[in-house]
Design a protein around this ligand. Structure first.
Ligand code: FES
Length: 568
């Protein structure tokens, strides 16, 4: 046991390590039993995770049952709806802090409790870099709320209802009334947003007990899964089954197939790339297009479809989806149980074929994320065709450029703005360095005057991200970002933008000579955030671009779990 390096000796240092930890523990707690940390992101300021203390108690029960010693390890928690300027600014910091705490402490394995968008990615990045036995218990989605008799989906319906207010189709009073219906129970957003997606990605990667992801937070079966996960982590320690054994290139490709099949959030692209980077796995944007873009969308959930996470669980859950796609999965990729993911598909069944479509009758063919390149995004940009309007996937239109979200908010509803439904809205300064933190602002609200005319979608392009609950023909993650001197910094209002999703291209229709003349001025065309101290400085100086996962350059790879020096 790794913990025996702390507790196993008869010297003064071992005495100190044991004595301070006793507090009621029996003598044999320090005699070769696995010590398991529970990286717990419960926080009152992360409402989607606030129930994780109860989940943690059930994980603890399972660890005790299996002969381990459970240890609650409160971890940096990131609440998507609360944090300014954006929770993504601290994903890498949360991952770094958790990695360091796992390594610094006398533990043999770790259970990762996350839910809200950034928490599962950060925990997986941390666990990958330490590479001690680890598994995820996803906190699960909230139950379906209703407003005026209809189901209401977190996020997606906020965007829809607020557009309806702007289009004068809904009163402001009714809009505000819907607020208290939005969050029905404990748990994270109940659409196929980023949290639901990343819980599913953890399972597709093999990092949960298969069948756990998507269990509603209020469902007692989540607590059962938590207890079973507690038992399992102890045997994983005995068998030395580590994240690097489970998260292989094959399991990342499985995750990409699953991402397309469920119509998952585009945010999964940056998170999966960052996790793979921690493991030294060669995964690129191209893999998302090559492996995922031809996969049909089978899950009829908001924002791409109609239902919510509770329905997906009722209809058979992720395993039932994966069973339909089994021929596309790597049968060698194992899970935390040691058995292949595909071995869990035999029993899986679809109980509602409107929620989970059969392969022959998908919601949409070829629905995975498409990766675009061209002179506007030489390193790549992504679009989710499943959330876009078919008639805009091939489009030519005049750019209207906004230098920041503040600039956008100031001008978008100006009646004098020269905009029509064929215009292409471009928002820059929202990448990892520029904002900083790559916020979810890419799904820009449409100009009021067009909404009033009934226009509901336009081509939008940004170097930032989009909420996983959002929809629209939005090109995201354009890299390099404007603040890093990418071509997005030099595009001008009036330039013609050519988007061709089928051809996977995104270009400004200007000559190479004209573009070359503009590019040298890129870094000086705009003023971006430049803090001079603290995490933000470290982040801006070292964050990489979206095409490689927006991790900090000094955090890629891992440092293992060994600590050579004593503390006293
Ligand atoms: Fe936490 Fe959506 S705000 S998951």
């Amino acid at each position: 046991m790794r913990s025996a390096h702390w507790y196993g000796g008869k010297d003064r240092d071992s005495y100190i390590h044991r004595a301070w930890m006793r507090r009621g523990l029996p003598n044999d707690a320090f005699d070769g039993r696995p010590h398991i940390a529970i990286a717990n992101t419960a926080s009152d300021l992360t409402p989607c995770n606030s129930h994780l203390n109860e989940v943690m108690e059930h994980v603890k029960n399972g660890i005790w049952e299996a002969g381990g010693v459970p240890l609650n390890m409160p971890s940096v928690s990131l609440g998507e709806t609360q944090m300014r300027p954006t929770a993504m600014l601290w994903r890498n910091m949360a991952a770094m802090a958790t990695e360091e705490m796992i390594r610094a402490n006398p533990i043999d394995g770790v259970v990762l409790l996350g839910g809200c968008d950034k928490t599962i990615p950060a925990l997986l990045m941390a666990a990958a870099s330490v590479d001690l036995p680890a598994l995820v218990v996803p906190g699960g989605p909230m139950l379906t709320g209703t407003f005026e008799g209809n189901p209401i989906g977190c996020g997606t319906d906020v965007w829809r209802l607020s557009e309806d207010v702007r289009a004068k189709k809904l009163s402001e009073a009714k809009f505000l009334n819907s607020e208290s219906s939005m969050i029905r129970s404990r748990g994270h957003c109940n659409t196929m947003g980023t949290a639901s997606t990343m819980g599913s990605m953890a399972e597709a990667l093999g990092m949960t007990i298969p069948g756990t992801a998507g269990t509603p937070a209020a469902d007692s079966r989540l607590l059962q899964a938590a207890q079973e996960s507690g038992r399992l982590i102890v045997s994983m320690v005995h068998e030395d089954r580590k994240p690097s054994d489970v998260m292989t290139r094959g399991s990342f490709l499985n995750a990409i197939v699953a991402l397309a099949g469920i119509g998952g959030s585009t945010n999964a692209v940056v998170h999966l790339l960052a996790i793979a980077g921690r493991l030294g796995i060669d995964l690129s944007l191209k893999d998302f297009d090559k492996t995922g873009s031809h996969v049909p969308l089978l899950v009829n959930l908001q924002p791409a479809g109609k239902y919510l996470m509770e329905d997906l669980y009722r209809a058979g859950g992720l395993l039932a989806v994966l069973k339909e796609l089994e021929d596309l999965l790597d049968p060698k990729a194992i899970t935390v149980t040691g058995k292949p993911l595909t071995s869990y598909l035999t029993e899986a069944e679809i109980y509602d074929t409107d929620v989970i479509r059969k392969r022959q009758t998908p919601l949409l063919e070829g629905a995975g994320i498409a990766v675009l390149t061209g002179n506007l995004a030489p390193l790549g940009a992504v679009i989710k065709p499943a959330a876009a309007s078919a008639h805009l996937l091939q489009h030519r239109g005049k750019a209207i450029v906004f230098d920041s979200i503040e600039d956008f908010k100031k001008r978008i509803d100006d009646p004098a703005l020269d905009v029509d439904e064929n215009s292409v809205l471009i928002l820059r300064g929202c990448g990892p360095k520029g904002y900083p933190g790559m916020p979810e602002v890419a799904n820009m609200p449409l100009p009021k005057k067009l909404l009033e005319k009934g226009v509901r979608d336009m081509v939008r392009i940004c170097d930032g991200r989009m909420s996983g609950t959002a929809y629209g023909t939005v090109v995201l993650h354009a890299a390099p970002e404007a603040a890093a001197g990418g071509p997005l910094a030099v595009v001008q209002t009036g330039d013609i933008i050519v988007l061709d999703v089928a051809a996977r291209t995104l270009n400004i229709d200007i000559s190479n000579e004209e573009l070359a003349k503009r590019i040298p001025n890129a870094a000086t065309t705009q003023a971006f955030a430049s803090p001079d101290r603290g995490w933000q400085k470290l982040y801006i100086d070292h964050v990489m671009q979206a095409d490689t996962g927006a991790d900090n350059d000094f955090l890629t790879g891992g440092s293992g779990s060994e600590v050579l020096r004593e503390s006293h």
